[in-house]
Design a protein. Structure first.
Length: 562
């Protein structure tokens, strides 16, 4: 899996890991931040959230065009600088007024521009490493490993955001409760129902949300909202630190990938010598055929990203409003990122144990696996019987599943390839859409009979039987299966099929399609109100199924160029 890969892959993957850690730390709490600070309803927050995601994923199209002209390395370095300024601006506490609003919008704009310069072009550089015939057969494996590295950063992000939020609120004498920000804004606006006022007063009296507060509800609401908003600001500052680390990795190990930093040329130098490697040349007709195939794939992935990126929006709303805020039993292990890390290390150690051809390799793998098991047991014994969980913590499960399941995915497809039965990249993408539909079928089943969001907003006590945390964990697991079939395979497909002179543009096209899907995320957010939850999830199910059907009907054309 890791053997015989160019050194540049690991350097670029680590640089991307740091950047993604900061990005997902910010994203884990962004909608919660907007609602807490500005009092936005779910639809308003969805509009800003989806517009930001659309910018993040559309601007790599522009970044790709610039890189095709000026070089990938220059754009990546520029991206570091612009993103850093954006995150720095977002981490500065401000009032919930016009100035605070435009500071947030300005920060989001800079982050989107910087990501546009950085993200797609870094991935093109990874693909260019595999234009070398020595590595060409390892392209799909490389992108799976690269994708896994992204998710290592994403896995730790919710924990980092949660730790900073809890620490900063604790200094002010407050304790987070997902129900409180909305009720606090209702009290400040004079629209709170008597049921919600009674609920909030009870939480204060029982010291569930404040350790030592004796004022009235209006004073409490104002102070709580300010404290939570500032805690989120400091959470965003983590992204600044992670970007600095990412940039250091990039420059320290730059020599391992410097030969793929430049513009697309007819030749590139290899990693080990000055000998030129010929780049593929194709006819205009074939170039048109490839671009057409890629556009068909782009159309399909729009619907996948619309469904997948509900994690920071409606799935976070569901975690906050409809899911139990405590967890017991073995599920407790999943809400500690260090436990998840030990589980992931155990999986890789066992793979090393069974796949190693030497006794030394098997011994090392076995010892590491044993230490992981002992570590998990010791942590589990010391854990509280009941853990309180925060809504953003659910977002660590998807990246964990990506990291943990990648070896199984690679093993499965390597085995199928050896037998000549491995599905093509387009076919994997189509299957991924079917699996995504299945994830929302699971969530729909668990949402039957629950009150609508509008009903719950009027009376936060209306939900008598919240969903088990395992429902969302299971949904994220199934969505991860879909992601592993679609995202790394799609990126690999683009890097392989894109005409040589249009690599930056076509990778930008992949992100532009992702941008459209992310902008469409707001549809379900804006419907979050009077509609039953089952109806909202059913919209996503139908769209995923239609996209899969379209993909299968276009399969012959797509497989012809892959």
């Amino acid at each position: 899996m890791f053997e015989n890969q160019p050194k540049g892959l690991f350097a670029l993957a680590l640089a991307n890991t740091g950047e993604r850690f900061g990005y997902y730390t910010m994203l884990a709490i962004f909608t919660l931040f907007m609602q807490a600070k500005f009092g936005y309803n779910e639809g308003e927050a969805a509009g800003i959230y989806s517009a930001f995601l659309a910018g993040v994923y559309f601007l790599p199209l522009i970044g790709g065009m610039l890189a095709d002209k000026f070089g990938f390395g220059k754009c990546v370095i520029s991206g570091f600088i612009v993103m850093f300024i954006g995150y720095l601006l977002l981490s500065v506490p401000s009032a919930a007024d016009t100035v605070g609003y435009w500071m947030m919008i300005g920060a989001l704009t800079l982050i989107a521009i910087g990501t546009g310069l950085f993200k797609g072009n870094l991935q093109v550089m990874v693909g260019n490493l595999y234009d070398d015939p020595r590595y060409s057969k390892k392209r799909d494996t490389a992108f799976s490993l690269f994708y896994m590295a992204i998710n290592i950063g994403a896995m730790f992000a919710p924990t980092a955001a949660t730790a900073v939020t809890n620490w900063m609120m604790g200094k002010d004498g407050f304790i987070y409760d997902g129900r409180v920000p909305a009720i606090a804004h209702q009290i400040m606006d004079g629209t709170a129902s008597e049921a919600n006022r009674t609920l909030l007063q009870g939480l204060i009296d029982h010291h569930a949300i404040a350790t030592n507060f004796s004022g009235d509800l209006l004073t409490f609401s104002k102070e709580y909202v300010v404290s939570l908003s500032q805690a989120y600001n400091y959470g965003f500052a983590i992204a600044c630190i992670s970007l600095v680390v990412s940039a250091l990795i990039y420059f320290i190990f730059r020599k391992t990938f410097k030969h793929v930093e430049g513009q697309n040329k007819t030749t590139t130098s290899t990693e080990k010598s000055d000998k030129a490697v010929e780049v593929e040349t194709i006819s205009p007709a074939e170039s048109k055929q490839r671009v057409t195939a890629l556009i068909l794939v782009f159309i399909v992935v729009i619907f996948f990203w619309m469904a997948f990126h509900q994690n920071g929006l409606t799935l976070t709303y569901f975690a906050r409003d409809y899911t139990a805020s405590t967890v017991t039993g073995l599920s407790r292990l999943g809400f500690n990122v260090w436990n998840l890390s030990l589980i992931a290390i155990f999986i890789y150690a066992m793979f090393s144990f069974f796949q190693s051809k030497t006794r030394k390799g098997k011994t090392i793998g076995g010892v590491i696996a044993a230490f992981c098991v002992m570590g998990l047991l010791s942590i589990y014994v010391e854990m509280d019987q009941t853990l309180t969980i925060l809504p953003q913590q659910f977002q660590q499960f998807n990246p964990f599943f990506v990291v943990a399941l990648t070896p199984f995915s690679l093993l499965l497809f390597s085995s199928l390839a050896a037998k000549g039965k491995e599905p093509s990249a387009p076919r994997k993408i189509a299957f991924g859409m079917l699996v995504a539909a299945l994830a929302y079928c699971l969530l729909s089943f668990g949402s039957f009979g629950m009150p609508t969001p509008a009903e719950l907003k009027t009376d936060a006590n209306l939900l008598t039987s919240p969903a088990s945390p395992n429902l969302l964990i299971g949904t994220y697991l199934v969505l991860t299966f879909a992601e592993l079939l679609l995202s790394p395979m799609g990126i690999s497909f683009v890097s392989k099929v894109a005409p040589p002179k249009l690599k930056g543009l076509m990778m930008g096209g992949w992100f532009a399609a992702t941008a459209v899907g992310n902008y469409a995320v707001q549809i379900t957010g804006r419907l979050w109100g009077n509609l039953p939850l089952v109806v909202i999830w059913s919209i996503l199910i139908v769209l995923c199924l239609l996209a899969a059907l379209f993909m299968f009907t276009m399969m012959k054309r797509l497989e012809k160029v892959s």
